[in-house]
Design a protein around this ligand. Structure first.
Ligand code: GLA
Length: 374
């Protein structure tokens, strides 16, 4: 692209991916989540270009595209929609954005359940807020980025990924109540254990449509339970007793989905307590129980993730493991003793290659800070 020849960025922003300790699919059910940003991130470089409307965006590895601020519409190229969606949502709040040039570079594996999409949306929103002095709060940027995903990308996601990308704090996880948006930072000390991600390298294309289906199934459960419990607004307010009472009125799949969400919310609270007490054995066992639910009740796992989680079970150096993120592939999160990490990765990679003929990717992550100006 032509602007690259003389590009002199005036602003650099980094926007991280995230992991979620526990609390999967609870965000759009108004429950709790426990995510944190990680060191893998997207770097944006920005410059105003003195035009009124013309914008140029170049993504290393993807090529670039140009657009006119006055003619924003959904693109056939999916990654462009992360950009266009954010611009469209910002334009509903302010008319201060002008022409700009931007380069994007990422060391965040895409489509791996580490929320590269939220990192993209939030990094752009944060950058434009700085560049044009838009005066948006962090929460406003989180919320507009989430809306961009709904309107331009088509996934009816909750708020966890955008919140984690912007609001995270180094060395902590965020206990976020997705109903009130109240949050607390919980310090995390897991030495001599490490957080190791195993990337299945599969991202089954069911993900977006099945995600929206899960959301609808949860809403169906709420609608059935509301008949006898009019105070219930979301699965957050549903107790185990209410669900068991309504079981006969709902399709078994809807019951399973609701059952998972109720347990998963409880697991977030139990995990928070275990982390506060440094009770790593409990932390690990909660991960395993959660994966059972992800696989059997919520049915958002896949053979590759199940294989990697099962593979850890005979290894005493692994405290726990589960698939993290929206599902159908991506990464598993593993808590492994530091002395055993190298041998574990070697064995898991061989076993995975034998079974699926895919080269496993393994890397350590650390709870890191959120989106920032460099
Ligand atoms: C995706 C969504 C989040 C959340 C997770 C599952 O990452 O973007 O809002 O629902 O899936 O926990």
């Amino acid at each position: 692209m032509q602007f690259l020849e003389n590009f002199q960025p005036e602003l650099t922003i980094t926007s991280p991916g995230r992991i979620n300790f526990i609390g999967e699919h609870t965000d759009y059910n108004m429950g709790y989540v426990l995510p944190t940003a990680i060191g893998n991130k997207i770097t944006f470089k920005f410059s105003r270009n003195d035009s009124y409307n013309e914008c140029n965006v170049f993504s290393v590895g993807y090529q670039g595209f140009s657009f006119d601020l006055k003619e924003i519409a959904v693109s056939d190229v999916q990654w462009e929609n992360y950009i266009l969606g954010v611009i469209s949502e910002i334009s509903k709040l302010t008319d201060k954005v002008r022409g700009f040039d931007c380069t994007i570079e990422s060391n965040l594996p895409l489509g791996s359940g580490l929320s590269s999409s939220a990192a993209m949306e939030c990094g752009l929103a944060y950058g434009l807020n700085e560049l044009f002095d838009l005066g948006l709060s962090k929460l406003a940027m989180v919320e507009l980025s989430q809306r961009a995903e709904h309107t331009y990308v088509g996934t009816q996601c909750g708020i966890m990924d955008q919140f984690a990308s912007v609001m995270s704090k180094e060395g902590h996880v965020i206990l976020l109540d997705c109903r009130s948006l109240e949050y607390q930072y919980i310090p995390i000390h897991i030495a001599p254990y490490k957080l190791i991600m195993l990337n299945t390298k599969v991202s089954h294309n069911l993900a977006s449509s099945e995600y929206n289906t899960r959301k609808m199934e949860c809403e169906q459960g709420v609608a059935i339970l509301q008949k006898s419990n009019p105070e219930v607004m979301s699965l957050r307010e549903v107790t185990r007793a209410m669900l068991e009472k309504g079981k006969s009125e709902m399709p078994s799949k809807v019951y399973d989905r609701c059952s998972f969400i109720i347990d998963e919310n409880d697991r977030v609270i139990a995990m928070t307590e275990a982390l506060k007490k440094n009770d790593l054995k409990t932390v690990g066992s909660i991960l395993y129980t959660a994966h059972e639910g992800i696989s059997n009740l919520y049915e958002v796992s896949c053979p590759e993730s199940d294989f990697l989680v099962d593979f850890t079970k005979d290894n005493d150096a692994v405290l726990g493991a589960r698939q993290t993120g929206g599902g159908f592939g991506g990464c598993t999160l593993n808590i492994i003793h530091e002395n055993a990490v190298d041998a574990f990765i070697k064995e898991a990679s061989e076993a995975y290659k034998n079974k699926f003929n895919i080269e496993l990717e393994a890397f350590e992550v650390q709870p890191s800070g959120g989106t920032q100006v460099i």
